[in-house]
Design a protein around this ligand. Structure first.
Ligand code: DAH
Length: 336
């Protein structure tokens, strides 16, 4: 096209603008506009053709021609943009689907409820957080060190029998108590410390009205200088009264755990008058403190492990612990 003339190019540009005005106005939906856009300003579109033609002009004419083609190019693009906005706005405010009735009531989906054990745990969290305890956790699959040795339960102890634990592989087992977390915390932190650790524990128990083979505990541990049994009793009294009200009847019974000295169990009175054990506790055994590298002359501590299902039974007067793991919706939907 070496014979291209500047006036001719200007005329083509004017014609293109004309054509664009009617083509854009005639595009009545997005797809039509996209086609028009490709034809006018696309890679092989009319505007590109004009721009290419400029290079065939005599040198002196190129600048002026280039400017006028650019002006047209911008105008065409502006036409397309305006049309697109108009089409989008129209789509938004378009006539409603005649079958759509906005006065129909909303479809309310059924709402779940929280499991009683979750409700109890939430309360326990709030109570111990208020008492200055931090929440921690540990693994469910444990080694013999954390489940036994570090808790003063030596090899050969009857509690370690293969039939009394859920062993997974070798000496690994799914933990039978959250006391494992005490050890993990003390191994990695220096006193003073105050922690509570909720978690699931497993024991090959025969299931009956007060026993499950998998249940929940919250472990508590406080270590520092001058921590005494009085602190333990005060803390647990506050805990039980916060949960069950100030009139709850409780009793501390002397007991035995390898990892505490002295040891006790705490019972609460049920509505039927029976005492029910809800937690074990005691002063952390000096051998346990020494075992994690603490100075047992300087530090003392108390610990406790409480069963959540038992607390839920007392709270809602449940006669059978199995209600808490059957997941019968008629039972569960009665809770918050
Ligand atoms: N780990 C004991 C159990 O599962 C409960 C327990 C007793 C936890 C005394 C403690 C404790 O921290 O000091 O039966």
């Amino acid at each position: 096209m070496s014979d291209e003339q500047a006036p001719e190019l200007a005329a083509r540009a004017a014609a293109l603008l004309n054509d664009a005005e009617s083509a854009v106005a005639g595009a009545t939906d997005r797809d039509a506009l996209a086609a028009v856009r490709a034809r006018l300003v696309g890679k092989r579109g009319a505007v590109k053709d004009l721009q290419r033609a400029i290079s065939a002009l005599p040198k002196e004419a190129r600048r002026a021609a280039g400017q006028s083609v650019n002006v047209v190019a911008r105008q065409v693009q502006a036409l397309i943009d305006a049309r697109r906005e108009a089409l989008e706005a129209a789509a938004g405010d378009g006539p409603l689907d005649p079958t759509f009735d906005p006065t129909w009531p909303g479809a309310v989906s059924p709402r779940g409820s929280l499991h009683p054990v979750t409700l109890i745990l939430d309360e326990i969290r709030a109570i111990f957080t208020r008492l200055g305890f931090d929440e921690v956790s540990g693994p469910e699959i444990e080694d013999a060190w954390h489940n036994f040795d570090a808790l003063n339960i030596p090899a050969g102890h009857p509690a370690r029998e293969r039939s009394d634990q859920f062993y997974v592989e070798g000496d690994r087992l799914i933990r039978s108590q959250t006391s494992t977390v005490q050890i993990r915390v003390m191994e990695t932190n220096e006193p003073p410390l105050r922690v509570f650790a909720p978690g699931r524990v497993y024991r090959p128990e025969t299931v009956d009205a007060t026993h499950l083979y998998a249940f929940h505990q919250v472990e508590g541990l406080m270590v520092g200088e001058d921590v005494t049994f009085v602190d333990l009793k005060g803390c647990l009294l506050t805990f039980v009264q916060s949960l069950f009200g100030p009139d709850v009847e409780i009793r501390f019974r002397p007991s035995y755990f390898p990892f505490t000295e002295v040891s006790a169990e705490l019972d609460v009175r049920r509505a039927d008058g029976e005492w029910m054990e809800v937690l074990g506790c005691g002063m952390v055994h000096p051998d346990v403190l020494t075992g994690v590298g603490y100075d047992a002359e300087r530090y003392t501590g108390f610990a406790f492990g409480v069963g959540l299902e038992r607390l839920a039974m007392r709270r809602w007067q449940l006669g059978d612990i199995r209600l808490l793991e059957e997941n019968d919706v008629r039972f569960l939907s009665q809770f918050g």
